[in-house]
Design a binder for this molecule. Structure first.
Ligand code: GLY
Ligand code: MN
Ligand code: MN
Length: 445
């Protein structure tokens, strides 16, 4: 892969952020307002903090990168419909924690109509919200609700003087998350880039892998690549699970040694411009699958490839998942691991015992991205621009009723896929998943 500077896709433009805000406002009733809080710094321990990560909804509507900001959308307001509040300029703090844009900088660099510093915030909010009938905010955000309560008190005093009603509260999340679900071409380009960096990280881990390394050393190989190519780091805690650890779906300890003769399951992806990659590959620590590992791996791979082929506009994630469970069950029957004539169907046993998670989730600014899976209680039909994962797996416990050679093996194979008008595009093609291709790459060390 070429360097980040040579091939990074364009950042989301100010125009695209404007169009997103316009679209949200166009879906609101008259006299509504939207209030959204950005993320704050979170203490890690004593006086050190986790690296700042902007709230995804806030980023989606503003691209504003600082902590403690607030967005107010006021459709139809002649002095400006988009008002941002941000940290006060403060040279003594900026000397420690970095330059702040301040109100002027926010207007200049982020294309909002008006900006104020936080020192003015609550008084200005009362003034700006007076007369609005409905205030849309994320009802799941305790800080936003707390602020709304305080504003209500202040607005109550104001409205007694002016005779205006207090705004009612409504949830902005469903509307905003519906909007985030289908990605623009620019967002898909960023997700493609995140997929490509993540794929190269997995290739690097495969090449570096050998018995005797610790799981965290493969993690280091992956995360080196994430940062090297300009990502902020992992989009979620990297999973490097040797042997039986693969059966723990969210195993993140990554402390055990990698052992000769075992498989290692790696589930890791970069965050690039806040967009997530999410790839899983499972490969032999020593570079060669045993016949039993290979047989089980081929079952998961066949199910995964068929599921990817099934991605096209109009189908549903539920239908794709049913196909995966059917294929996994048929594969386990063919291997003699499951019988067809038991009391419970092979599909039911697979879902209960060997494959306890869904095949897909949405992918975007969040690794488990937003958007309802069942609008109006019906499975959602896929549309071009939706981005999802396809990640079947089989996790065979160490149980006496299973053939010894298959016990304790966990396998997952995961790719990121965008729905296109013609069908789909796989965003994470650059890392192999066929047995021969994995073994050839691992030979390259
Ligand atoms: N890495 C989390 C997931 O695949 O859903
Ligand atoms: Mn996933
Ligand atoms: Mn994953």
């Amino acid at each position: 892969m070429s360097t980040e500077a040579e091939c990074r896709p364009p950042a989301i433009s100010l125009d695209e952020y404007r169009r997103r805000r316009r679209r949200l406002m166009d879906n609101l009733p008259a006299d509504a307002a939207v209030l959204l809080l950005g993320a704050s710094l979170v203490t890690r321990s004593r006086d050190s903090e986790f690296p700042f990560r902007q709230d995804s909804d806030f980023h989606y509507l503003t691209g504003f990168p600082e902590p403690d900001a607030l967005l107010l959308l006021l459709p139809g307001r002649t002095e400006g419909e988009c008002v941002l509040f941000c940290q006060d300029r403060d040279p003594s703090m900026e000397a420690w924690t970095g330059y702040r844009l301040g109100a002027e900088g926010a207007v200049r660099a982020h294309g909002v109509d008006q900006a104020f510093e936080n020192a003015e915030r609550d008084a200005r909010l009362v003034e700006l919200l007076a007369g609005r009938v409905t205030l849309y905010l994320p009802l799941g955000d305790a800080s936003a609700l707390h602020l709304a309560e305080r504003l209500h008190e202040a607005l109550g005093a104001w409205s007694r003087q002016g005779g205006q009603a207090l705004p009612g509260l409504a949830d902005v999340a469903p509307m905003l998350h519906e909007q985030r679900l289908a990605k623009s071409d620019n967002e898909v380009a960023l997700l493609r880039h995140a997929g490509d960096i993540s794929a190269h990280a997995h290739r690097r881990a495969m090449r570096a892998c050998r018995a005797g390394l610790a799981e965290y050393q493969l993690q280091a190989e992956l995360e080196h690549e994430f940062r090297w190519h300009g990502g902020s780091g992992p989009a979620y805690a990297s999973i490097v699970a040797g042997g039986r650890n693969a059966g723990v779906l969210h195993y993140i300890d990554n402390r055990d040694p990698l052992r000769d003769g075992e498989l290692v399951l790696v589930d890791a992806g970069v965050e690039f411009d806040l967009y997530a990659g999410d790839i899983t590959r499972t490969f032999p620590v020593n570079g060669r699958f045993t016949p039993a590992q290979r047989a089980l791996y081929e079952v998961v791979l066949a199910a995964q490839e068929r599921a990817i082929e099934a991605v096209h506009p109009g189908t549903t994630l539920a239908a794709i998942h049913r196909g995966v469970v059917r294929d996994l069950a048929a594969g386990l029957v063919a291997l003699g691991i499951l019988a067809e004539d038991g009391e419970e169907t092979p599909e039911a046993i697979v879902a209960r015992r060997f494959y306890p998670h869904a095949t897909s989730h949405w992918l975007g600014l969040d690794v488990h991205d937003v958007g309802s899976y069942r609008p109006n209680d019906e499975p959602r039909a896929l549309r071009p621009g939706m981005v999802l994962t396809i990640e079947p797996g089989l996790y065979l416990p160490d149980d006496d009723d299973l053939p010894v050679v298959f016990r304790g093996i966990g396998i997952r194979i995961e790719d990121d896929v965008v729905v296109t008008p013609e069908g789909h595009e796989v965003l994470t093609r650059a890392v192999p998943k066929r047995v021969a291709d994995i073994e050839a790459l691992m030979d390259e060390k």
